[in-house]
Design a protein around this ligand. Structure first.
Ligand SMILES: *Cc1c(COP(=O)(O)O)cnc(C)c1O
Length: 372
């Protein structure tokens, strides 16, 4: 036996890059001993699934022995019709998470750098590291992507830049002029990914979810999801609008039947639900502002947000932890932000009117009464 055989590990070893990854921690959903949970930890739509999606899901139950359409043809056509996009440039995924992973593997890999902002969505770090890339987190200004810092961080090895647009968990949004300045400052061979999971909630007048930049050149991708405003997080459907060459590359390596039969049917029906997005957006705009104002009124700093969530800033990690525990004692689950290097903050999803009122009452009690 040679030395190297003697030293061989006794069990299969994962690649080192895999063991450097901290697994994604999803929002909590249960509290021991609590019957009624108010779950405001995962930015799910406030109103559940669209009724038409529930009906479509139920209707296909007897057909689930069939493989789905691997090309998600009807769904891509429905998305194209709804958003005025060419279905040939749309790729659907098992949530946009799958598309984030595919983009990292297709355009990243060993020897490449992926850039994201300091408090950007952690899936970019997980997927980029898994692909073998070095993931660089670029400092932000006021919890917002700093375009100058981002451009300064570009190396000859940089292949992908991820921007959540608006960002989760901070809620911040780059003005369109800044997104365009970022794109113009990046080499043309760097892929810019605008992850617009919360596009439907944005009220900024200059907002473009990414379509303009995708159409303008061959190097920008827009990601969207059915998990937020469309209320289908449990179905796992996301999509991207992209240059034909990027779609061609992804279609070679994505799961052949990545979007399942029920998910395709539910997503098509969700798009057809009359007035759904308008109703959800109006509710969110109203209650996002009311929630922010009522927290500010009891002395809790709230960062500006364009999503269906807000970042409440308690100044210290200890205060944020106390607030989190106090909310849990009332059955309310929000999201701790230690994993995002914001341990002094909690992210709170804008729920129904009743849920927002309960959060407000709880945090008012927390800040105005002793709670040792
Ligand atoms: C929720 C979210 C997604 C969507 O993920 P899915 O896999 O489609 O459920 C993507 N990006 C960001 C920034 C998100 O917050």
């Amino acid at each position: 036996m040679t030395d190297s055989q003697n030293r061989a590990p006794a069990a299969p070893q994962p690649r080192a890059a895999v063991m450097a990854i901290h697994a994604y921690v999803a929002g909590e959903a249960k509290l021991p001993g609590v019957n009624r949970i108010i779950k405001l930890s995962s930015n799910e739509g406030a109103f559940g699934p669209p009724p038409a999606a529930i009906a479509a899901y139920t209707k296909v139950a007897a057909e689930i022995h069939r493989y789905p359409d691997g090309g998600s043809t009807a769904l891509r056509r429905a998305i194209g019709t709804r958003f005025g996009l060419d279905p040939a440039r749309i790729v659907c995924g098992t949530g946009s998470d799958e598309l984030i992973g595919l983009l990292c593997h297709v355009y990243g890999g060993p020897g490449t750098d992926i850039l994201m902002s300091m408090h950007g969505f952690t899936m970019y770090q997980i997927a980029g590291t898994f692909a073998g890339s070095r993931v660089l987190k670029v400092p932000e200004k006021n919890l917002t992507t700093d375009v100058d810092a981002m451009l300064a961080a570009v190396t000859p090895e940089t292949n992908i830049v991820f921007i959540a647009h608006p960002n989760n968990p901070t809620g911040s949004l780059l003005p369109q002029s800044e997104v365009e300045r970022l794109r113009a400052g990046l080499r043309p061979d760097i892929l810019l990914v605008l992850d617009s999971a919360y596009a439907e909630y944005v009220e900024a007048a200059d907002y473009d979810a990414g379509q303009k930049l995708v159409d303008a050149a061959e190097n920008t991708v827009m990601l969207r999801t059915f998990s937020k405003v469309f209320g289908l997080g449990g179905m796992r459907v996301g999509w991207g609008y992209m240059p034909p060459a990027v779609a061609d590359a992804l279609n070679r390596v994505r799961g052949v039947f990545n979007v399942n039969l029920a998910a395709q049917a539910a997503a098509v029906a969700a798009l057809e639900e009359p007035g759904w997005v308008e109703r959800c957006r109006a509710h969110n705009t109203e209650w996002r502002a009311r929630l922010a104002a009522s927290l500010a009124a009891v002395g809790i700093k709230v960062w500006p947000t364009e999503g269906n969530f807000l970042l409440a800033d308690f100044a210290t990690a200890a205060a944020a932890q106390d607030a989190d525990a106090f909310l849990k004692s009332r059955g309310i689950i929000v999201r701790g932000m230690a994993a995002y290097d914001l341990p002094h903050c909690l992210r709170i999803t804008v729920g129904t009117a009743e849920e927002c009122t309960l959060v407000t009452e709880a945090l008012t009690a927390f800040t105005t009464s002793p709670h040792a």
